[in-house]
Ligand binder design. Structure first.
Ligand code: COA
Length: 158
């Protein structure tokens, strides 16, 4: 996951240790996409957790698809598959922040909302001045939902 994050050239890369924490503490709310023919070659990941103050919300902290697999629907599939994770039962809202220049990511969350028949709205942001160095865009908060709990159960095949 760390290597994929580095390779995107678009993500704020966190320490390898941070990704280890995702793989342990947030394993039941996160997901990786693996190429069955080459399991060592990670196709993508979505690092996500339920926000401690509101467990109805699944916050997608980072999502990445390997460069050669982008634009083929895998990002959307990964987001929909996230909702079937055991730790994500009953999630009503999916949130993520997106920088204004990241059209692919913006489109991904709008398209994800469309596929579920719900809305995707910008509801706030972490303004640019909160980030050190003066060269970070704002992170605009998008909120997708409300998701029907019944639909989540259906997607789990129940
Ligand atoms: C953002 C990202 C995860 C999308 O994954 P993906 O597998 O390419 O996305 P999909 O193929 O499922 O496409 C989802 C939607 O976005 C659109 N899209 C994909 N790439 C796009 C691009 N470069 N520009 C505009 N729209 C794009 C698709 O057309 C689709 O919309 P549609 O359903 O209306 O046709 C991928 O581009 C990526 O890994 N980027 C680098 C890391 C990153 O920026 N992560 C997000 C911030 S945390």
């Amino acid at each position: 996951m760390w290597r994929l994050a580095v390779d995107t050239g678009a993500l704020d890369v966190n320490s390898p240790y941070a990704y280890l924490l995702v793989c342990t503490h947030f394993a039941s709310t996160s997901l990786v996409a693996v190429d069955p023919e080459d399991p060592e070659d990670l196709a993508g990941f979505a690092a996500a957790y339920r926000t401690p103050d509101d467990l109805d919300v699944l916050f997608v902290w980072q999502i990445a698809i390997s460069a050669e697999r982008r634009g083929a629907g895998l990002g959307g599939r990964l987001l929909r598959a996230l909702l079937t994770q055991p730790g994500n039962r009953g999630v009503r809202w999916v949130e993520a922040t997106v920088t204004p220049s990241n059209r692919a990511s913006e489109r991904l969350f709008h398209s994800f909302a469309q596929s579920l028949g719900v809305t995707c709205e910008a509801t706030g942001s972490y303004p640019a001045e909160l980030f050190p160095g003066g060269n970070h865009e704002p992170e605009v908060l998008y909120r997708v939902g409300p998701l029907s709990i019944d639909r989540n159960e259906m997607k789990r095949g129940r």
